[in-house]
Design a protein around this ligand. Structure first.
Ligand SMILES: Cc1cc2nc3c(=O)[nH]c(=O)nc-3n(C[C@H](O)[C@H](O)[C@H](O)COP(=O)(O)OP(=O)(O)OC[C@H]3O[C@@H](n4cnc5c(N)ncnc54)[C@H](O)[C@@H]3O)c2cc1C
Length: 281
């Protein structure tokens, strides 16, 4: 058995996680740049998800010209593939919705340009097959803060939506979401008895194309009295800027801040995670 690369292992964790194959049931355009694939199939009956906020899965895509991806097993050292197998393209995605009755699993794909995952999703038709490992629970800061500050780009939207739907009563949250333009906004429903303010940021209205609107918005946010916890996800360099600000200027720490780079501008996930100069994101 051959071990997979650092990228795949480091983002999945080492606990035993189930893998299964799923088939595309339908594909729906949520916004011009967000595609929802609904997955089904008998093997999804073993999928143990849909109960928590911010659950993530690793998706395994079939190689070019193949119909079914090679699936790994989980060993103590991470994912393991049969010796003669080429590890498939694998990427992390968020569980947007899971209905065990179907079973049906919704994954929202940002249609971002090139990338094997996004190309596969764009071309996917009912009956196409992909592999799934998970779910793994994401990290949320403890709920006992006066304010939950959430910041993310469109890749974080599925997670943000699931977090808002499951907020504890009495939670106050301020949410910054950066998307390409106003057509990428989505309705976000918050749990009852919560106080949630959502601020959309549009890249197409930035004064300077190089502006980091999301980081600027967080850094300029009038800091409230009381305790603030934060959840941040999106482009890795933006997340790094925000994380440094929240830790260095506002005193948040690993217990009160969850910050995760979801993708890295100009690099594939492998190029990003295998670059020792680029690990602090
Ligand atoms: C825990 C977690 C949960 C995630 N959940 C989701 C989710 O629910 N939905 C979702 O769409 N993504 C999500 N992502 C992000 C997704 O895994 C990445 O965008 C991934 O790089 C896509 O793989 P790819 O094969 O299409 O592109 P890659 O092969 O990784 O990259 C190819 C090129 O595309 C660029 N690129 C990658 N992503 C983007 C982007 N979003 N915008 C612009 N350029 C990009 C890269 O910089 C690179 O130049 C999540 C990531 C993590 C870690």
């Amino acid at each position: 058995m051959a071990r997979d690369d650092k990228a795949t292992r480091s983002r999945t964790g080492r606990s035993p996680i189930r893998t299964c194959l799923a088939t595309v049931v339908r594909s729906v355009e949520v916004t011009p740049r967000m595609l929802r694939l609904t997955l089904g199939g008998d093997e999804l009956r073993t999928f143990d998800g849909g109960r928590q906020a911010d659950e993530r899965v690793k998706l395994f895509f079939p190689a070019q010209g193949e119909r079914i991806p090679v699936l790994p097993e989980f060993g103590p050292e991470g994912l393991v593939y049969p010796d003669d197998a080429t590890p498939p393209h694998a990427r992390n995605y968020t569980v947007r919705r899971f209905d065990p009755a179907g079973p049906e699993l919704d994954i929202d794909f940002v249609i971002h340009g090139d990338g094997r995952a996004v190309e596969w999703a764009r071309d996917a038709r009912p009956g196409d097959v992909l592999g799934i490992a998970g779910p793994a629970a994401g990290s949320l800061p403890p709920a006992d803060a006066d304010l939950l500050l959430i910041a993310g780009d469109e890749t974080a939207l599925p997670a943000v939506a699931s977090i808002l739907e499951r907020l504890a009563p009495g939670t106050c949250a301020h949410v910054f979401i950066e998307v390409a333009d106003r057509f990428e906004e989505q309705p976000l429903a918050a749990a009852p008895d919560t106080d949630v303010r959502i601020q959309w940021l549009h890249r197409d209205t930035a004064v300077d194309a190089d502006d980091d609107q999301l980081a600027d918005a967080v850094c300029e946010f009038p800091w409230p009295d009381g305790t603030v916890h934060a959840w941040v996800a999106g482009e890795a360099l933006t997340v790094r800027t925000i994380r440094r600000y929240l830790c260095n200027e506002r005193g948040l720490n690993k217990h009160t801040l969850h910050a995760a780079g979801y993708w890295r501008r100009g690099k594939t996930v492998e190029e990003w995670l295998n670059d020792p100069q680029d690990t602090d994101a």
